[in-house]
Write a protein that binds this ligand. Structure first.
Ligand code: ATP
Length: 241
């Protein structure tokens, strides 16, 4: 972690409930500019709920989330997208009846700088040559991995300050999983700050600067990603050793 880098996201004492069920029970973490932070943990740990709270899709019952030094409390999802948070949800959510190019252009709907949008479209095509090859194809006819690439490309078209990825590797073939992690690393390498939620702890930590482990609504471990990969407790619980 670069202590001089600006804190873009600061989550403190965050609690989120569904009716009477506490899904997130008071968690603290932060993401600094330029970092790739992985939030790992098994099914049902509360990772998606945390992401939804950050993007304004779910309200919270206690604690706070600060984005760029300002509480997001009461701000809607739309406002958060305009402010530079782009989330790629679990399940991708691409527009199946639109072409790849149309999906990507939808990602830029909050912008009106046409020349720059065209430039960014070419940048996305450079990261994902497969999307360029199939630019006129309907998104619904693509494989899961290709749809994941499209969803990531669409998020990048909004020029996010922070890219939030919810389990991008879920349900993909091993080759596609490799490709997706490679692309996340590349996007981060281009200077995009990334918060990556993953069950695939090993892969998520391999490309991260720092990591947090979440279990049953609380954060149980955190640290530099390399250190966590070497930690016997993390290895035993999450890396299948
Ligand atoms: P996954 O990998 O399955 O997405 P997760 O770590 O993202 O897991 P969450 O989806 O955040 O976990 O779920 C956390 C807890 O909240 C779980 O116990 C889940 O059953 C519960 N939960 C999630 N969504 C709802 C909902 N809409 N209503 C009630 N409970 C929910």
């Amino acid at each position: 972690m670069n202590p001089a880098a600006e804190v873009l996201l600061k989550v403190s004492g965050l609690k989120v409930a569904y009716g009477g069920i506490q899904a997130v029970k008071g968690i603290d973490f932060e993401v600094r500019e330029g970092e790739l932070v992985s939030l790992i943990g098994s099914n049902g740990a509360g990772k998606t709920t945390t992401m939804k709270a950050i993007t304004g899709l779910l309200g919270f019952t206690a604690g706070d989330i600060q984005y760029l030094g300002r509480s997001i409390k009461g701000r809607g999802a739309w406002d958060m997208v305009r402010a530079g948070l782009a989330m790629v949800p679990e399940g991708r959510g691409v527009f199946t009846r639109m072409s790849i190019t149309e999906n990507l252009q939808m990602g830029a709907h909050i912008r009106d700088d046409r020349a720059e949008i065209a430039h960014d479209l070419e940048k996305v095509f450079a990261i994902f040559p497969r999307l360029k090859e199939r630019r006129t194809q309907l998104a619904g006819t693509m494989s899961g991995g290709e749809q994941q690439m499209l969803a990531m490309g669409r998020a990048l078209m909004s020029r996010p300050k922070v890219l939030l990825l919810d389990e991008p590797s879920m349900g993909l073939s091993p080759i596609m999983v490799d490709k997706i992690f490679e692309v996340v690393r590349e996007v981060h390498g281009q200077g995009v700050t990334v918060l990556l939620v993953e069950q695939n702890a090993s892969r998520a930590l391999q490309i991260a600067d720092r990591g947090y482990v979440m279990e049953s609504g609380v954060i149980t471990m955190s640290g530099p990603a390399r250190q966590m990969l070497d930690d016997p407790k993390v290895r035993a619980a999450y890396l299948g050793e």
